[in-house]
Structures are given as structure tokens and as C-alpha cells.
Design a protein. Structure first.
Length: 383
């Protein structure tokens, strides 16, 4: 099967880059041909080593724009999306590919599709949605209802249940998300422990795309209040896309940078560099409090799984995973005292828990493997 991946999101770093890599490499490994379609001027931050076709109309980024500009840019993005859909429809009619996958979409993509000739595509259309929260669910179901009569449309929602808020639609499919696995380096399934009497301290990591909503300073205060029975280091890495987030990260770095056991990296990490940085730490801390993480696939959590790293994590990040796999310590979101207690408990019980964490991380990697995910996508395309 010749599969077109339509990617319109530009990001200097982020899980979208690695997700596209999962799709392209896993589908290729299963014997299928993958080709990318992108807006004109689109530049990938990673070389997927696949053919790239450019569609008329440039991509639109919200990075560094005001609220008023964002409104105008969203209209421009909607207009351009209709043009991209039209061009994809023409390519489909010419037999350029056998199916289309849109790797990161929302109900807005569906709304545009209802206005486009692409809804009458002669080949399967699979739009992948990385979670649906209650606030957007009404719009989501409104759009999928309008697309119900178009047989080639499918929406694949990354979730852990069998329905979306108790509701099922014939063109909506629930999918387990895949773990992010290291693809350029080899990591051990055995967890490393470094603590009292060992030269290297236990290394905790706060990694990923930084936003102010992650409340990094509150996390650092909680970390500094901990009483550990072993030596501990914290590495804080943040890739920032918005000016205000970059300024906030720099402020925090100046405020806490004098602590010798806390190190900061304010930069984007991609590909092998990203993988090596993750491999160099022993566990990941995810103290994010935003409620949307309850419903949207947690990219850093699934990175931790794929790299065999146990976690300290809030109870609102994909709670189904935390409840079913003993891979660390969780705590109530937004509770700084409980966060301190959770980090202390995690570090001080780490030697006794390593074998349990190893077993549970292996189990999670089997259940959420990228190969299984790719096979499920192919099933949906063939329906």
C-alpha cells in the first residue's frame, strides 16, 4: 500500500516530530510505501528519508503572535487547509497513493473537510486525534456526525477506553497510543540505580516542551524541600516555542541556577541528541497540573515508557496508565506538599522497587508497542 502522510504542523521540537517518525518507519517496516505531503515552504526538523511533495499554500505558525494576530492567522490557516485538501483530492484521483493519514488533527480539521471536495476522496482518509477533552467534545461529535455519510472518512482517537465520554460513532475508532522508543541508540530494559555509597547520584529529569502552565518554579521549590537518603541530581530541559515561555524559563534558570545539584538546558533536542539526553537520566518527573493532560495522550509519559524510565507523575496524566502499571509514584495535581512527599518516596524506595519497575515497564512496552499501533492503523485503512 502507498500511504500519504499529510503533515501541516511545523514545530522546532516536540512529540509531533517523533510521532511522524513512528508512522513512517513502522509502516515501512510492515512493507508499505510512505510519502509525505506538506505545505509549500515546510521544513522538517528531522530527515525521515521519505519522498516529500509540496502543496500550494504556506503553513501558518502561531509562534510569537498576539491574540488578535492568532485570530487572523487561524482564518488564514483555515483558508490554506482547504487548498491543501483540494490538492490532496486531485492527487488521490490521479492514483498517487492508496490512503491518506493526517497524524495530528482536531475537530477543526474535520470542519474544513466538510467544506472540501476531499470528503469525497476515492481512498481512505484517517485523521488521528491525540485526545478529546470535555470542552471540545461537542464540536468533535458535531463534525464527525456531518462526515458520517462519507465512507472513506475515519477518525482515530488516541485514548484508553472503548468510547469517547460514553459515546460511540461508526466512523470514530479508539486507539491505544504507541510508546516513543529510541530509534538511533540502544537503551537497556534494566533500570540503573545510583545512590548512597555510589559515585554517581540518582539523576531525575524534567524534560520536554516548556509552557508556563507546567509551573516549573513550584516543582523546583517542592524538589528543594525534599529530604533524600541518597545523592540526587535534577536535569531540567525545556524547549520553548513562545516568547513568554522562553522568558519565563530564563527567569527560573537565573532564580534556581545557583543550586549545584540542579542543571538547566534551555534548548530543543531532536533525534539522536534527544534520545541520548533521555538515556542519561534515571527517572522522569512530570508534575504538570493542567487538566487537559487527563484526556490528551501524554507525550512525555509515553517517552518514559519507551525509554524504560520510571516516573514521578501527577494523577491527572493519563490516569488509566498509572492505575494499571506500577511504574513509579503519583500524587494529586497541584498539591506541592504531596509532590515533595512523592519525590521523597520515589527516591528513598528506588532500590527496593527497581525490579518491579522493570517488569511493569516491559509490560507497558508490549501493550503499547509502535508495531501494534501501525498494524491497527492499517486495519482501519482497510475497513
Amino acid at each position: 500500500m502507498r500511504i500519504a502522510i499529510f503533515e501541516s504542523i511545523w514545530t522546532p521540537a516536540g512529540h509531533e516530530i517523533e510521532f511522524d517518525r513512528i508512522l513512517s518507519e513502522e509502516l515501512s517496516d510492515l512493507g508499505h510505501e510512505v510519502v509525505f505531503y506538506v505545505p509549500e515552504g515546510h521544513t522538517f526538523q528531522f530527515d525521515y528519508q521519505k519522498p516529500i511533495n509540496y502543496l500550494p499554500g504556506r503553513g501558518v505558525s502561531y509562534t510569537g503572535v498576539s491574540k488578535l494576530q492568532k485570530t487572523l492567522f487561524s482564518l488564514k490557516r483555515e483558508f490554506n487547509r482547504l487548498g491543501w485538501y483540494r490538492a490532496l483530492h486531485q492527487e488521490a484521483l490521479k492514483g498517487a497513493f492508496d490512503a491518506i493519514i493526517v497524524p495530528t488533527s482536531t475537530y477543526r480539521y474535520f470542519r474544513s473537510l466538510t467544506k472540501s471536495c476531499l470528503k469525497n476522496s476515492p481512498v481512505p482518509l484517517l485523521f488521528i486525534v491525540h485526545g478529546v477533552n470535555p470542552r471540545e467534545s461537542t464540536n468533535f461529535f458535531k463534525q464527525v456526525e456531518q462526515l458520517r455519510k462519507y465512507p472513506e472518512f475515519r477518525a482515530g482517537v488516541l485514548t484508553f477506553g472503548q468510547d469517547i465520554f460514553g459515546r460511540k460513532e461508526e466512523n470514530v475508532y479508539c486507539l491505544y497510543p504507541p510508546v516513543y522508543t529510541p530509534r538511533d541508540i540502544t537503551v537497556s530494559e534494566q533500570i540503573s540505580f545510583h545512590g548512597a555509597g555510589v559515585e554517581r547520584p540518582l539523576r531525575l529529569g524534567f524534560f520536554g516542551q516548556y509552557r508556563r502552565e507546567k509551573k516549573l518554579d513550584a516543582f523546583l521549590d517542592a524538589f528543594l524541600a525534599c529530604r533524600f537518603e541518597a545523592k540526587v541530581e535534577l536535569l531540567v530541559q525545556g524547549a520553548t516555542m513562545r516568547t513568554e515561555d522562553a522568558a519565563d524559563f530564563e527567569r527560573i534558570q537565573k532564580q534556581y541556577g545557583h543550586h549545584s545539584h540542579i542543571k538547566f538546558w534551555h534548548k530543543a533536542l531532536i533525534g539522536k541528541e534527544w534520545q541520548e539526553a533521555l538515556a542519561g537520566i534515571d527517572a522522569l518527573v512530570m508534575p504538570y497540573a493542567a487538566e487537559r493532560y487527563r484526556y490528551h495522550w501524554g507525550g512525555m509519559l509515553f517517552t518514559a515508557l519507551g525509554f524504560f524510565k520510571p516516573v514521578v507523575i501527577t494523577d491527572n496524566i493519563n490516569p488509566e496508565v498509572i492505575q494499571n502499571y506500577d511504574i513509579g509514584v503519583h500524587f494529586p495535581a497541584g498539591d506541592s506538599q504531596k509532590l515533595t512527599e512523592a519525590i521523597e518516596k520515589f527516591v528513598n524506595t528506588f532500590p527496593q522497587k527497581t525490579s518491579i519497575y522493570e517488569k511493569e515497564l516491559c509490560r507497558a512496552n508490549e501493550d503499547f508497542s509502535p508495531e501494534l499501533f501501525a498494524k491497527k492503523l492499517l486495519e482501519l485503512l482497510r475497513k
